[in-house]
Design a protein around this ligand. Structure first.
Ligand SMILES: NC(=O)c1ccc[n+]([C@@H]2O[C@H](COP(=O)([O-])OP(=O)(O)OC[C@H]3O[C@@H](n4cnc5c(N)ncnc54)[C@H](O)[C@@H]3O)[C@@H](O)[C@H]2O)c1
Ligand SMILES: Nc1ncnc2c1ncn2[C@@H]1O[C@H](COP(=O)(O)O)[C@@H](O)[C@H]1O
Ligand SMILES: N[C@@H](CCC(=O)O)C(=O)O
Ligand SMILES: O=P(O)(O)OP(=O)(O)O
Length: 580
């Protein structure tokens, strides 16, 4: 029996567009005689639909599309589609109004509906806000029309897979849907997911899936969504394992894919027939972390722009490493010809700032425009001179330069319909080393979850792989990020001779403290036990706490680590945390 994986990139809310993608995948899969097509969690509305789920018309629209789709799908095929279903008992039981469900469509009808049982509500997930957990074991029988045999298939939806006590050493939820499916003696387990990317997550997913396949002696197919949706990037990487734990296929990462597998029922084994990306990456060397993050951010920018209706983007180019990396990501995502770098030197800008920015633009083949800001700075000083008379020049005047640049960039974005990309990295965003309504201006914060030390390592990697930018690159094919950008000291250049390390701990120290604090939730004592200076830790903690008001007003940032300053970070602003 042939089973196909449709690794789809839905647009959130576009029910008819997403239904069309499912239909196209089904028509394609029908050409090789596929019996069952699998699509990701909530494939009809895209994941995460968030508060669109609170609109009754949206839920009704899903049911309408499901019925249409059932009538259009190839007659010989069953298709599993993810959508929300109303909970008819909600009012009488006091439960949530919806289920996060999988609909089995076949022969023009909805044959069966399966509900997600484990609802994640940590980090970026908030499923209890909308959904009631399902309480049935999700099994169905599929007739293999070729030899007229019924196959027993177990369905799990994303988090349903993530509670195996044996694998994790602890349990988060009372039940384990995978173990319950094994008791039902299913021939095949499937997991339909919308699992967002974070660095190294695929290794965990694969270890978990392999463990489940071996533990329950059952083949398992995992289907993931792909694509960027606001702050979340879905990497795809759908995989299948045989009951021996052998990996049968791995779909392309960060791209849509359609994979067909053959299930040999008597031997309970799967093998690969074909993949549309021609990429069974089982045989490929794994991507390095730097390459993977770069690819994730490229997809994040590409999809954010495309799904919001932008084809061109701009950013301030300072000759620094952050704006250089963002320019490279934008060029790879949108094409060099669609990226504008704006140079805005002030009297404090170094010569190399302009030189390095122009060199980077040449390497990438992107357009540039230069706007000197000295006159505007003088005008601001004049306007504010009366009010500020007798007061020393301080951070206010420093920030004015950033705000002038931010204003100019938004004016250009406005005039030409471009997307403004902001360039702050995670280290800066953490400690508030950035200017509100200045360099924080923008529609998308591309590297807001990338620590400064990682910004450097990605840039070094990129110089080894210049082909990652695509075919439109400028004349220089050897170097993307100019050498001087990699070696000079990071600086805001808001006053003469300023460097970041005048105000902040060295970035390797800062980033390690931030990693422990933000991602690992370590206490100050635990961070000190790891060898950091208690005074430095206390200073960093204070800066992070104080900068909450800035982060709350920052553009959405693409998430690549286990904890980003985005939808999974919910800190109070007007707070005084007194411990002990
Ligand atoms: N702009 C850049 O390019 C850039 C780059 C790197 C570093 N920096 C550095 O970043 C720093 C920015 O200075 P800043 O933090 O004083 O600038 P800021 O203007 O962005 O933020 C400070 C202002 O925010 C307001 N504010 C403070 N707490 C608030 C709260 N809880 N709620 C609401 N509003 C609040 C106050 O008006 C305060 O003056 C400077 O040290 C600068 O050198 C800037
Ligand atoms: N001289 C500049 N020209 C254009 N854009 C600039 C310039 N200086 C700063 N910027 C923009 O602001 C951010 C933050 O600057 P830091 O150097 O980190 O302070 C930078 O990435 C540019 O986008
Ligand atoms: N633990 C899962 C949860 C995803 C989901 O259920 O949507 C993940 O991180 O991928
Ligand atoms: O933001 P940039 O590009 O100016 O990078 P840096 O802060 O390292 O100078």
């Amino acid at each position: 029996m042939k089973i196909a994986i449709a690794q789809l990139n839905p647009t959130i809310g576009d029910l008819s567009g997403n239904a069309k993608k499912i239909l196209q995948a089904a028509e394609q899969a029908a050409k090789v005689g596929t019996r069952l097509l699998l699509t990701p969690e909530l494939s009809l509305c895209g994941y995460p639909p968030r508060d669109l789920l609170l609109q009754p018309s949206f839920i009704q629209g899903m049911l309408k599309q499901l019925k249409n789709l059932a009538n259009q799908l190839p007659a010989s095929m069953g298709v599993l589609v993810g959508a929300a279903q109303e909970n008819a008992q909600a009012e009488t039981t006091g439960g949530k109004p919806l289920f996060n469900s999988i609909f089995w469509l076949e022969n023009g009808e909805i044959k069966q509906v399966f509900h997600k049982r484990l609802l994640p509500s940590y980090d970026v997930f908030d499923e209890y806000r909308y959904f009631e957990p399902g309480n049935q074991v999700n099994v169905f029988k599929l007739n293999d029309k070729l030899d007229d045999r019924d196959l027993k298939i177990g369905v799990t939806i994303c988090e349903d897979l993530w509670n195996d006590e044996e694998f994790w050493g602890k349990r988060q939820y009372p039940c384990n849907p995978i173990a319950e499916l094994a008791q039902e003696k299913v021939d095949l387990m499937i997991n339909l997911s919308a699992s967002p990317y974070t660095v190294n997550k695929q290794k965990i997913r694969e270890a978990m899936l392999r463990h489940a396949a071996q533990r329950y002696q059952t083949p398992i197919i995992y289907v993931n969504q792909v694509g960027g949706n606001d702050d979340l990037i879905f990497d795809g990487y759908s995989v299948a394992f045989n009951s021996s734990g052998e990996m049968v296929c791995r779909a392309g990462a960060f791209q849509a894919d359609l994979i067909t597998l053959e299930l040999n029922e008597s031997q309970k084994s799967l093998h690969l027939i074909q993949s549309s990306s021609q990429l069974n990456s089982v045989e490929l060397a794994p991507k390095s972390e730097d390459e993977e993050i770069f690819a994730a951010l490229v997809l994040g920018v590409k999809d954010y722009a495309q799904k919001c209706g932008f084809s061109q983007a701009l950013l301030g180019l300072s000759g620094g490493i952050d704006s250089s990396l963002v320019a490279a990501i934008a060029a790879a995502a949108l094409g060099s010809e669609n990226v504008l770098g704006v140079l805005m030197p002030s009297p404090y800008s170094s010569d190399h700032s302009v030189k390095d920015a122009l060199k980077l633009a040449e390497n990438l083949g992107i357009k540039t425009h230069t706007l000197k800001i000295a006159d505007l700075m003088a005008d601001y000083d004049k306007s504010l001179g009366g009010l500020f008379a007798g007061l020393p020049s301080d951070v206010t005047e420093e920030n004015l330069q950033s705000r002038i640049r931010g204003n100019l960039l938004m004016a250009i974005a406005n005039k030409f319909g471009y997307l403004l990309l902001s360039t702050g990295n995670k280290s800066e965003m953490a400690v508030g080393y950035c200017t509100l309504y200045g360099d924080m201006n923008g529609g998308l914060a591309v590297i807001a979850d990338v620590p400064k030390t990682r910004v450097y390592s990605i840039c070094h990697w990129l110089n080894q792989c210049p082909e990652m930018i695509g075919n439109n690159m400028g004349k220089n094919t050897r170097e993307i990020i100019p050498e001087n950008v990699l070696t000079k000291a990071p600086s805001a250049e808001l006053k003469p001779g300023q460097v970041d390390q005048d105000s902040l701990p060295a970035y390797d120290i800062l980033d390690d403290i931030l990693h422990r604090l933000v991602e690992k939730h370590e206490s100050e004592a635990e961070i000190a036990a790891a060898g950091h200076n208690p005074e430095t830790i206390a200073r960093v903690v204070k800066l992070v706490t104080r900068a909450e008001f800035k982060r709350r007003q920052a553009p959405p940032g693409l998430k690549v680590t286990d904890r980003a300053f985005g939808t999974g970070w919910r800190m109070p602003i007007a707070a005084r945390v007194v411990k002990g």
